[in-house]
Ligand binder design. Structure first.
Ligand code: C2O
Ligand code: CU
Length: 467
């Protein structure tokens, strides 16, 4: 499904005023210092006009869940209480975390059963923009609203609360009444093609919010793409924006992205520096459709009399790869519609004929679909790892490495990674090859998967071990 105006109900869409000032810890803190996060069903209006509220799965009654804001180096303590009817767990995306707290059902912990709870406790080593989301049947649970922002503040003064805005972008697949399209959950068509794409975009859970900024003042906009599978296409120049950070990790200097569209993949974050000009409002627009589709408006007030200075962000201490001594691994990505998949092993058995439809395993990494007993590779603590991803499919993918940030060494036919920014998720184009490097410095079992959540469920998931 493409995001085009035709897919939307034609009606006057009034801009809903939305308070964007973060409310740190806007939820129950138990006596013992644990923040309580409950997964519960709740009603929320995500569609404009007269549409009724939609039934979502949320953290503490709202999607996105409450913004967790902590200082770099602090300990986060969260008591997760599962009040849904199916097991769940929480993953802290992009945090270089203690493996036992990574929240991956079936790899680092048992999924938390309905009515049960799990205590997460970890230290946040890097300042920046991160997020948390369900990591059991994510294709279902994240699509229904189980996600929230996790902001790690720098230990020095930067943008104050008024100039530091989190914008969580989601696409929902809804019917004409704004209800989640239930029938299409798990659709074979999505799993074998581009994933579950929505037909309605929200920012911080609201339709078409209007955000008021003051002219001449410097803002940090923290964009988080929580879509199941949509690569948001945007033009950063039209926003007059520079990039401060990718995936939480600051660039040396705020950078102009001179190409358009900028492809913003599922699970990625980008921190933008925006200094609005007097009288020049602008919009966030999705550019993948036939015509640009605006989904958030920025109104600019004031005359910009008193200019603000631009705070600079210091890099986090991520170990630099030693490319000379690196171990090399290759990930051959196959499958999907219009692609070839070759031999596929799933749970130790080779799939044949009808097995593909029955198991819904349409993709594979090195001929293995989904988690197997043996890891993709093992590394010793401190070892530099280079992974070559060969995307032998007709689709783009959003590749995510758990527990580590990496640098892109080279990306076939592209120069956009100049300066080798740190990322935890990167987009790889159809038939493209990309090499990444990182120091495997965190012991444990780490997932590596496509963050197009249907692809992950349909085979594009593996893991590696650091010991
Ligand atoms: Cu954000 Cu394994 O995921
Ligand atoms: Cu994918």
């Amino acid at each position: 499904m493409k995001l085009t105006r035709r897919n939307f109900i034609k009606q006057g869409i009034g801009a809903a005023a939305l308070s964007l000032v973060p409310a740190p810890y806007s939820f129950a803190m138990a006596q013992d210092g644990f923040l309580e996060i409950r997964a519960i069903k709740s009603e929320q209006k995500i569609y404009p006009g007269d549409a009724p509220e939609s039934t979502l799965w949320t953290y503490n009654g709202q999607a996105p869940g409450p913004e967790i804001r902590v200082k770099q180096g602090e300990r986060v303590k969260v008591r997760f209480i599962n009040e849904l009817e199916e097991p769940s767990s929480i993953h802290w995306h992009g945090i270089r975390i203690d493996n036992a707290m990574d929240g991956v059902s079936g790899l680092t912990q048992e999924a938390v059963k309905p009515g049960e709870r799990f205590e997460y406790e970890f230290v946040v080593p890097d300042a920046g923009t991160y997020w948390y989301h369900a990591h059991n049947k994510s294709w279902n649970q994240v699509a229904r609203g189980l996600y929230g922002p996790l902001i790690v503040e720098e230990p020095y003064p930067t943008f104050d609360a008024e100039h530091d805005l989190t914008l969580v972008i989601d696409d929902w697949r809804v019917d004409r009444n704004g209800q989640l399209d239930e029938q299409s959950f798990g659709a074979m068509m999505d799993w074998s093609h581009g994933g579950r794409l929505g037909n309605w975009l929200t920012v911080n859970g609201g339709s078409m919010p209007e955000i008021v900024l003051k002219a001449g003042e410097a803002y940090r906009l923290r964009l988080i793409n929580v879509c199941n599978s949509r690569v948001l296409e945007m033009d950063l120049n039209r926003l007059g924006a520079k990039v401060l950070a990718f995936d939480g990790q600051p660039l040396g200097q705020p950078e102009v992205i001179d190409y358009s569209p900028y492809s913003f993949g599922p699970a990625q974050r980008v921190d933008l520096l925006v200094i609005p000009q007097e009288g020049k409002g602008f919009a966030l627009e999705e550019l993948s459709g036939d015509t640009p589709f605006p989904y958030a408006h920025f109104k600019v007030t004031g005359t910009g009399g008193n200019k603000t200075s631009i705070p600079s962000l210091k890099p986090n201490a991520i170990p630099a790869p030693d490319l000379e001594k690196a171990s090399q691994h290759r990930l051959h990505m196959t499958g999907g519609a219009m692609g070839r998949i070759g031999k596929v092993f799933y749970k130790g058995k080779e799939l044949q004929g009808e097995d593909f439809r029955r198991t819904k395993q349409f993709w594979a990494f090195n001929s293995v679909a989904n988690l197997s007993e043996s890891p993709f590779f093992s590394a010793e603590i401190g070892e530099t790892v280079i992974i070559e991803f060969i995307n032998d499919t007709a689709f783009p993918h959003a590749m995510h490495v758990h527990g580590h940030h990496f640098q892109i060494l080279e990306r076939e036919d592209s120069e956009i990674d100049e300066g080798r920014p740190w990322k935890d998720t990167f987009l790889i184009g159809p038939t493209q090859t990309t090499r990444i490097a990182f120091v495997a410095d965190n012991p444990g079992k780490w997932l590596l998967h496509c963050h197009m959540l249907e692809h992950a469920a349909a085979g594009m998931t593996t893991w590696f071990k650091v010991t």
